[in-house]
Design a protein. Structure first.
Length: 315
Protein backbone atom coordinates (compact mmCIF):
# COMPACT_ATOMS: atom_id res chain seq x y z
CA UNK A 1 0.00 0.00 0.00
CA UNK A 2 1.24 3.49 -0.88
CA UNK A 3 2.27 5.66 2.13
CA UNK A 4 -0.44 8.20 1.28
CA UNK A 5 -3.02 5.42 1.30
CA UNK A 6 -1.90 4.59 4.85
CA UNK A 7 -2.43 8.22 5.83
CA UNK A 8 -5.92 8.20 4.28
CA UNK A 9 -6.88 5.02 6.13
CA UNK A 10 -5.48 6.41 9.39
CA UNK A 11 -7.45 9.65 9.00
CA UNK A 12 -10.58 7.65 8.19
CA UNK A 13 -10.19 5.56 11.34
CA UNK A 14 -9.62 8.66 13.47
CA UNK A 15 -12.66 10.38 11.97
CA UNK A 16 -14.78 7.27 12.59
CA UNK A 17 -13.66 7.31 16.22
CA UNK A 18 -14.58 10.99 16.46
CA UNK A 19 -18.01 10.30 14.90
CA UNK A 20 -18.76 7.53 17.42
CA UNK A 21 -17.67 9.71 20.37
CA UNK A 22 -19.81 12.56 19.06
CA UNK A 23 -22.87 10.32 18.85
CA UNK A 24 -22.35 9.14 22.43
CA UNK A 25 -21.98 12.75 23.60
CA UNK A 26 -25.20 13.81 21.90
CA UNK A 27 -27.06 11.06 23.71
CA UNK A 28 -25.45 11.93 27.06
CA UNK A 29 -26.31 15.63 26.59
CA UNK A 30 -29.98 14.93 25.87
CA UNK A 31 -31.13 15.95 29.35
CA UNK A 32 -28.94 19.04 29.64
CA UNK A 33 -30.06 22.48 28.47
CA UNK A 34 -26.78 23.28 26.74
CA UNK A 35 -25.32 23.58 23.26
CA UNK A 36 -24.29 20.09 22.22
CA UNK A 37 -21.94 20.73 19.32
CA UNK A 38 -18.98 22.98 20.31
CA UNK A 39 -16.77 20.35 21.92
CA UNK A 40 -17.24 17.78 19.14
CA UNK A 41 -16.84 20.37 16.36
CA UNK A 42 -13.70 21.83 17.89
CA UNK A 43 -12.21 18.35 18.28
CA UNK A 44 -12.98 17.50 14.66
CA UNK A 45 -11.48 20.78 13.44
CA UNK A 46 -8.30 20.15 15.43
CA UNK A 47 -8.15 16.60 14.08
CA UNK A 48 -8.23 17.83 10.48
CA UNK A 49 -5.63 20.47 11.33
CA UNK A 50 -3.36 17.68 12.57
CA UNK A 51 -3.44 19.06 16.13
CA UNK A 52 -4.19 17.18 19.38
CA UNK A 53 -7.98 16.98 19.42
CA UNK A 54 -8.18 17.28 23.21
CA UNK A 55 -6.09 20.48 23.35
CA UNK A 56 -8.93 22.77 24.45
CA UNK A 57 -10.28 20.20 26.89
CA UNK A 58 -6.94 20.22 28.70
CA UNK A 59 -6.67 23.98 28.42
CA UNK A 60 -10.10 24.32 30.06
CA UNK A 61 -8.81 22.38 33.07
CA UNK A 62 -5.79 24.67 33.32
CA UNK A 63 -7.98 27.78 33.07
CA UNK A 64 -10.15 26.68 35.99
CA UNK A 65 -7.16 25.66 38.09
CA UNK A 66 -5.79 29.18 37.59
CA UNK A 67 -9.16 30.69 38.48
CA UNK A 68 -9.53 28.68 41.70
CA UNK A 69 -5.95 29.52 42.71
CA UNK A 70 -6.80 33.19 42.20
CA UNK A 71 -9.94 32.90 44.34
CA UNK A 72 -7.88 31.42 47.19
CA UNK A 73 -5.12 34.04 46.87
CA UNK A 74 -4.81 37.35 48.74
CA UNK A 75 -5.75 39.05 45.46
CA UNK A 76 -9.20 37.47 45.08
CA UNK A 77 -10.79 40.92 45.59
CA UNK A 78 -9.72 41.77 42.03
CA UNK A 79 -11.78 38.96 40.43
CA UNK A 80 -15.05 39.89 38.71
CA UNK A 81 -17.61 37.16 37.92
CA UNK A 82 -17.48 33.38 38.34
CA UNK A 83 -16.41 32.44 34.81
CA UNK A 84 -12.84 32.55 33.46
CA UNK A 85 -13.17 33.24 29.74
CA UNK A 86 -10.79 31.18 27.63
CA UNK A 87 -11.94 32.60 24.30
CA UNK A 88 -14.79 34.54 22.70
CA UNK A 89 -16.42 33.35 19.49
CA UNK A 90 -17.14 30.47 17.16
CA UNK A 91 -13.89 28.53 17.47
CA UNK A 92 -15.08 25.53 15.44
CA UNK A 93 -15.93 27.64 12.36
CA UNK A 94 -12.71 29.61 12.77
CA UNK A 95 -10.70 26.51 11.84
CA UNK A 96 -12.49 26.22 8.48
CA UNK A 97 -12.45 29.91 7.61
CA UNK A 98 -10.74 31.45 4.56
CA UNK A 99 -8.35 33.61 6.55
CA UNK A 100 -7.72 32.96 10.23
CA UNK A 101 -7.72 36.17 12.27
CA UNK A 102 -7.16 36.23 16.02
CA UNK A 103 -7.83 39.39 18.02
CA UNK A 104 -5.95 39.66 21.30
CA UNK A 105 -6.35 41.81 24.41
CA UNK A 106 -4.80 41.96 27.87
CA UNK A 107 -7.71 40.48 29.87
CA UNK A 108 -11.52 40.20 29.71
CA UNK A 109 -13.39 43.41 30.44
CA UNK A 110 -15.04 43.61 33.91
CA UNK A 111 -18.17 44.75 32.05
CA UNK A 112 -18.66 41.15 30.87
CA UNK A 113 -20.32 40.47 34.22
CA UNK A 114 -22.29 43.63 34.78
CA UNK A 115 -25.71 43.01 36.26
CA UNK A 116 -28.30 41.76 33.78
CA UNK A 117 -25.82 41.23 30.92
CA UNK A 118 -26.57 37.47 30.58
CA UNK A 119 -23.74 37.11 28.11
CA UNK A 120 -23.03 33.47 28.86
CA UNK A 121 -25.03 30.26 28.64
CA UNK A 122 -26.81 29.25 31.84
CA UNK A 123 -25.84 32.41 33.73
CA UNK A 124 -27.18 30.96 36.99
CA UNK A 125 -24.50 28.21 37.03
CA UNK A 126 -21.50 28.57 39.31
CA UNK A 127 -18.86 27.73 36.74
CA UNK A 128 -16.14 27.73 39.40
CA UNK A 129 -17.46 24.34 40.56
CA UNK A 130 -16.86 22.70 37.19
CA UNK A 131 -14.04 20.21 36.63
CA UNK A 132 -13.93 19.01 40.22
CA UNK A 133 -12.38 16.62 40.99
CA UNK A 134 -11.93 15.86 37.27
CA UNK A 135 -13.42 16.92 33.95
CA UNK A 136 -16.71 15.41 32.80
CA UNK A 137 -17.66 15.57 29.15
CA UNK A 138 -20.86 17.54 29.73
CA UNK A 139 -18.92 20.08 31.82
CA UNK A 140 -16.36 20.63 29.08
CA UNK A 141 -19.10 21.02 26.48
CA UNK A 142 -21.05 23.39 28.70
CA UNK A 143 -18.04 25.61 29.26
CA UNK A 144 -16.89 25.60 25.62
CA UNK A 145 -20.50 26.29 24.62
CA UNK A 146 -20.59 29.35 26.88
CA UNK A 147 -17.50 30.80 25.18
CA UNK A 148 -18.57 29.57 21.73
CA UNK A 149 -21.98 31.28 21.81
CA UNK A 150 -20.82 34.63 23.23
CA UNK A 151 -21.38 36.77 20.14
CA UNK A 152 -24.83 35.30 19.53
CA UNK A 153 -26.17 36.62 22.81
CA UNK A 154 -25.50 40.13 24.16
CA UNK A 155 -21.78 40.74 23.55
CA UNK A 156 -19.94 43.71 25.00
CA UNK A 157 -19.59 45.61 21.72
CA UNK A 158 -18.24 48.64 23.58
CA UNK A 159 -15.01 46.65 23.90
CA UNK A 160 -14.97 44.70 20.63
CA UNK A 161 -15.92 47.68 18.48
CA UNK A 162 -12.27 48.71 18.38
CA UNK A 163 -11.50 45.58 16.30
CA UNK A 164 -14.54 45.54 14.03
CA UNK A 165 -13.53 48.22 11.45
CA UNK A 166 -10.22 46.47 10.74
CA UNK A 167 -11.92 43.06 10.61
CA UNK A 168 -14.28 44.50 8.01
CA UNK A 169 -11.27 45.45 5.88
CA UNK A 170 -10.41 41.74 5.69
CA UNK A 171 -14.04 40.70 5.09
CA UNK A 172 -14.02 39.08 8.52
CA UNK A 173 -16.37 39.12 11.49
CA UNK A 174 -16.94 37.64 14.93
CA UNK A 175 -20.43 36.63 13.77
CA UNK A 176 -20.93 33.79 11.31
CA UNK A 177 -24.71 33.96 11.26
CA UNK A 178 -25.22 37.67 10.58
CA UNK A 179 -25.86 37.48 6.81
CA UNK A 180 -26.19 33.74 6.25
CA UNK A 181 -29.99 33.52 5.88
CA UNK A 182 -30.14 36.65 3.73
CA UNK A 183 -27.29 35.32 1.62
CA UNK A 184 -29.00 31.97 1.02
CA UNK A 185 -32.33 33.59 0.10
CA UNK A 186 -30.73 36.04 -2.31
CA UNK A 187 -28.57 33.39 -3.94
CA UNK A 188 -31.68 31.28 -4.46
CA UNK A 189 -33.39 34.28 -6.07
CA UNK A 190 -30.34 35.00 -8.26
CA UNK A 191 -30.39 31.42 -9.58
CA UNK A 192 -34.11 31.68 -10.28
CA UNK A 193 -34.15 34.96 -12.24
CA UNK A 194 -30.59 34.78 -13.57
CA UNK A 195 -27.45 36.47 -12.31
CA UNK A 196 -27.57 39.35 -14.83
CA UNK A 197 -31.18 40.18 -13.96
CA UNK A 198 -30.41 39.92 -10.23
CA UNK A 199 -27.46 42.34 -10.54
CA UNK A 200 -29.59 44.72 -12.62
CA UNK A 201 -32.30 44.65 -9.94
CA UNK A 202 -29.64 45.31 -7.27
CA UNK A 203 -28.25 48.32 -9.17
CA UNK A 204 -31.74 49.81 -9.50
CA UNK A 205 -32.44 49.40 -5.77
CA UNK A 206 -31.83 51.96 -3.00
CA UNK A 207 -28.22 52.08 -1.75
CA UNK A 208 -28.73 50.03 1.44
CA UNK A 209 -30.70 47.26 -0.31
CA UNK A 210 -28.26 47.24 -3.24
CA UNK A 211 -25.28 46.70 -0.94
CA UNK A 212 -27.02 43.82 0.84
CA UNK A 213 -27.99 42.16 -2.43
CA UNK A 214 -24.51 42.40 -3.94
CA UNK A 215 -22.86 41.40 -0.67
CA UNK A 216 -24.99 38.27 -0.59
CA UNK A 217 -23.25 37.04 -3.75
CA UNK A 218 -19.83 37.23 -2.10
CA UNK A 219 -18.27 34.40 -0.09
CA UNK A 220 -19.23 34.18 3.57
CA UNK A 221 -17.11 36.29 5.89
CA UNK A 222 -14.14 34.71 7.59
CA UNK A 223 -14.64 34.10 11.31
CA UNK A 224 -12.45 35.80 13.92
CA UNK A 225 -12.11 34.72 17.55
CA UNK A 226 -10.74 36.63 20.52
CA UNK A 227 -8.23 35.53 23.15
CA UNK A 228 -6.72 37.38 26.07
CA UNK A 229 -2.94 37.30 26.27
CA UNK A 230 -2.24 37.63 29.98
CA UNK A 231 -5.24 36.15 31.78
CA UNK A 232 -8.69 34.63 31.10
CA UNK A 233 -10.02 36.17 34.34
CA UNK A 234 -12.01 39.42 34.36
CA UNK A 235 -10.42 41.78 36.87
CA UNK A 236 -11.55 45.00 38.51
CA UNK A 237 -8.73 47.06 37.00
CA UNK A 238 -6.54 47.14 33.87
CA UNK A 239 -3.74 44.58 33.74
CA UNK A 240 -1.03 47.25 33.81
CA UNK A 241 -2.38 48.60 37.12
CA UNK A 242 -2.03 45.30 39.01
CA UNK A 243 0.76 44.70 41.49
CA UNK A 244 3.51 42.43 40.18
CA UNK A 245 2.60 39.72 42.73
CA UNK A 246 -1.02 39.78 41.58
CA UNK A 247 0.08 39.45 37.96
CA UNK A 248 1.97 36.28 38.87
CA UNK A 249 -1.18 34.79 40.41
CA UNK A 250 -3.48 35.55 37.47
CA UNK A 251 -1.07 35.24 34.52
CA UNK A 252 -1.41 32.45 31.95
CA UNK A 253 1.11 33.82 29.47
CA UNK A 254 3.09 30.58 29.42
CA UNK A 255 0.27 28.88 27.47
CA UNK A 256 0.21 31.48 24.68
CA UNK A 257 2.79 29.73 22.41
CA UNK A 258 0.74 26.50 22.59
CA UNK A 259 -2.49 28.37 21.88
CA UNK A 260 -0.95 30.11 18.87
CA UNK A 261 0.35 26.78 17.60
CA UNK A 262 -3.10 25.22 17.91
CA UNK A 263 -4.95 28.15 16.33
CA UNK A 264 -2.30 28.91 13.66
CA UNK A 265 -3.70 32.38 12.86
CA UNK A 266 -2.71 34.13 9.64
CA UNK A 267 -3.18 37.56 11.23
CA UNK A 268 -3.09 38.58 14.90
CA UNK A 269 -4.63 41.95 15.83
CA UNK A 270 -3.57 43.28 19.25
CA UNK A 271 -4.79 46.30 21.17
CA UNK A 272 -1.51 46.61 23.10
CA UNK A 273 2.21 47.03 22.44
CA UNK A 274 3.71 43.56 21.94
CA UNK A 275 7.20 44.54 23.14
CA UNK A 276 8.42 42.16 25.83
CA UNK A 277 5.84 39.48 24.98
CA UNK A 278 6.31 36.17 23.20
CA UNK A 279 4.55 37.71 20.18
CA UNK A 280 7.64 39.85 19.61
CA UNK A 281 9.99 36.86 19.56
CA UNK A 282 11.22 36.32 16.02
CA UNK A 283 9.01 39.17 14.74
CA UNK A 284 10.36 41.93 12.51
CA UNK A 285 8.69 45.25 11.88
CA UNK A 286 7.31 45.69 8.36
CA UNK A 287 5.01 47.95 6.36
CA UNK A 288 1.49 46.81 5.51
CA UNK A 289 1.62 44.81 2.22
CA UNK A 290 0.19 46.95 -0.58
CA UNK A 291 -1.80 44.05 -2.03
CA UNK A 292 -3.95 44.01 1.13
CA UNK A 293 -5.60 47.17 -0.23
CA UNK A 294 -6.49 48.48 3.22
CA UNK A 295 -8.16 51.87 3.52
CA UNK A 296 -6.02 54.91 4.27
CA UNK A 297 -7.01 54.68 7.93
CA UNK A 298 -4.97 51.48 8.38
CA UNK A 299 -2.10 51.84 5.90
CA UNK A 300 0.25 53.13 8.60
CA UNK A 301 -0.77 50.58 11.24
CA UNK A 302 2.17 49.14 13.17
CA UNK A 303 2.79 45.70 11.67
CA UNK A 304 5.16 42.79 12.22
CA UNK A 305 5.95 39.60 10.37
CA UNK A 306 6.40 36.66 12.72
CA UNK A 307 8.02 33.66 11.13
CA UNK A 308 7.34 33.41 7.41
CA UNK A 309 3.59 33.93 7.12
CA UNK A 310 2.10 35.20 10.39
CA UNK A 311 1.32 38.90 10.56
CA UNK A 312 0.75 40.94 13.73
CA UNK A 313 -1.07 44.29 13.61
CA UNK A 314 -1.14 46.63 16.61
CA UNK A 315 -4.07 49.02 16.89
Amino acid sequence: MHPKDDETVDLGVRCLGWWIRTGIRRISFKWFNTERTPQANIECALLHSDKPSDFFNKLSLHVFELYRAGVKSPYSKHIIGSLPIMFFGNLSEYFYTNIKILTVGHAPSPNEFQEGAERFLESSIDYAKLFLPMAKQWETNQYLGACHGYFRRTPNWDYFQKFNPLLDEFWCSYLSEENRDVKKNNQRKARKIGLDNYCQEACNSPMEKRDKMLTSLMPLRSIAVHFNYFTPIALDRPWNELDDDAKIVFCMEETVPEILDALAPDIIICDFDISGTCLAEGAKKITIPSDWELSERYRDTTAYLRGKEQYILVL
